[in-house]
Design a binder for this molecule. Structure first.
Ligand SMILES: Cc1ncc(COP(=O)(O)O)c(C=O)c1O
Length: 365
């Protein structure tokens, strides 16, 4: 957020800033969603909704798991939320008590840590490194001591790392054997470049997964997401949702049903991310930045920069001042090793990626 503010100030001063810090698609919602929203504005009163979500949307989300993963999900096990952010709040509150120990992967999305801390839950950082492709192993989990819960993401923000079926089986098997409640963030599903990311549900149907319309469907501002949870958690999740937000936005829910039939448009965005990724995977090493996370999915490249600077915060500041390139210091994602890494987002245009690489190639530490 500080980088974005500094970038906005630089732009106000006339700088031609290339935005590699943004964590959201540069495109609008799919046309079919916009049309459905316009219809709903005319035809629907748009009152409060069911705290569990509109039934038609819960059914459509359940069907999506069958279409994408061949995995049966009952609509009753779907809870509609105010984005993955809302899913985190509901899932963490429903699953954990103050004082519980919950593991988060470092580097990882910072809100897991911040939400858990806000709820009085003890956060246990589980460091994973570049040399292991930022994939957690059972040895990493064992080293963390007893865990009441574990938060995973696949594909991950900031590393793009996708956990394959074998890796999910290993980690989720360990969780089951050790009584550790696993919650898996699948918000970047649909945005992968090699193999599709398997859902954790196909490995363990009792795991909690959440997802969102924000990334693949390019709908960040619609504040819409979902949780798939086992039967015993549906009541608590619904009651928490009813008390905290009453319901997810009704307009977004009515429109969101159409998103699942807009796959061609969503996949066109993924094709652009793929081009952008290829530009960066060639251009960053050419600029001397060649120790990169796997980037199997999402739209981020997480790069080691400790040969260029002692501090990623300082390097991000210099690149903004000297190259008009905005990117995110690793300290946002990893309080321990983050000063050694920078995250580049490639959600923008392919031209921006080319120009960013040109600028970086001219830069001299
Ligand atoms: C890994 C991850 N999870 C959750 C979120 C929250 O997304 P939203 O609340 O827009 O669905 C983000 C947003 O960037 C994210 O990167």
């Amino acid at each position: 957020m500080e980088v974005m503010q500094a970038a906005a100030a630089a732009e106000a001063g006339g700088a031609d800033v290339i935005h590699l810090e943004v964590g959201q698609p540069s495109t609008a919602a799919p046309d079919g969603v916009l049309a459905a929203a316009q219809r709903a504005l005319v035809e629907d009163r748009l009152g409060y909704g069911d705290p569990h979500g509109e039934w038609a949307l819960r059914e459509r989300i359940a069907r999506w798991y069958d279409e994408r993963h061949g995995h049966a999900v009952a609509p009753d096990n779907v809870i509609v939320t105010t984005g993955a952010s809302g899913s985190c709040v509901l899932a963490f509150l429903a699953c954990f008590d103050p004082g519980d120990r919950v593991g988060v992967i470092e580097p990882g999305y910072p809100c897991y840590r911040n939400d858990l801390t806000t709820f009085g839950i003890e956060v246990v950082g589980i460091p994973v490194g570049l040399e292991q492709g930022f994939r957690p192993t059972v040895a990493d989990l064992e080293a963390a001591g007893p865990l009441d819960g574990l938060v995973l993401a696949s594909p991950s923000n900031p590393t793009g790392t996708v956990l394959g079926e074998a890796e999910l089986t290993e980690v989720l098997g360990w969780c089951r054997a050790n009584g550790t409640r696993a919650i898996v963030d699948e918000i970047y599903h649909g945005i992968t470049y090699d193999e599709p990311a398997p859902t954790a549900l196909s490995v363990d149907p009792d795991v909690i997964v959440f997802n969102s319309f924000s990334k693949y469907f390019s709908m960040t501002g619609w504040r819409l997401g979902w949780i798939i949870a086992p039967d015993e958690l549906i009541g608590p999740l619904g009651r928490l949702g009813a008390n905290l937000t009453i319901s997810a936005p009704t307009l977004s829910q009515l429109a969101g049903v159409a998103a699942f039939d807009c796959v061609d448009e969503a996949d066109r965005n993924v094709a652009r991310y793929r081009d952008n990724r290829a530009v960066l995977l060639e251009g960053l090493p050419a600029a001397g930045i060649d120790r990169l996370a796997p980037a199997d999915g999402a739209f981020y490249l997480y790069a080691a920069i400790d040969h260029l600077a002692d501090s990623s915060v300082e390097l991000a500041r210099r690149w903004l001042d000297e190259l008009a390139i905005a990117c995110t210091p690793g300290v946002d994602f990893d309080p321990v090793q983050g000063e050694r890494f920078i995250r580049f987002s490639y959600a923008g245009t392919t031209d921006e990626m080319r120009r960013a690489c040109d600028r970086l190639a001219t830069w001299n530490a």
